[in-house]
Write a protein that binds this ligand. Structure first.
Ligand SMILES: [Zn+2]
Length: 87
């Protein structure tokens, strides 16, 4: 696995807590940021995770899986619907 490997949306979900806690290595963080610059769904997901942390004061495994299951799916759903809309 090289530094130029593209990160995937699945990895974003797995790494988001490390990212938000600044517990990520610089190369990984750079890859994370690069994915965010090209993937709106993950930007929305990250914003929702930040909002969850602000509301709850912390990010537990339970809240993470809850948000991941509900919000990520709706975020990607909305994103795709927007992207295909021609209005
Ligand atoms: Zn993504």
């Amino acid at each position: 696995m090289g530094i130029e490997d593209e990160i995937t949306c699945k990895e974003i979900v797995e790494l988001v807590t490390d990212y938000l806690e600044s517990a990520m290595s610089e190369p990984d963080r750079a890859r994370f940021d690069r994915h965010l610059s090209t993937c709106r769904g993950c930007v929305i997901y990250l914003e929702q995770m930040r909002e969850t942390i602000r509301l709850t004061g912390t990010l537990t495994e339970d809240s993470l899986s809850l948000v991941a299951k509900s919000n990520l799916m709706s975020a990607f759903h909305d994103w795709k619907r927007e992207a295909t809309s021609s209005t």
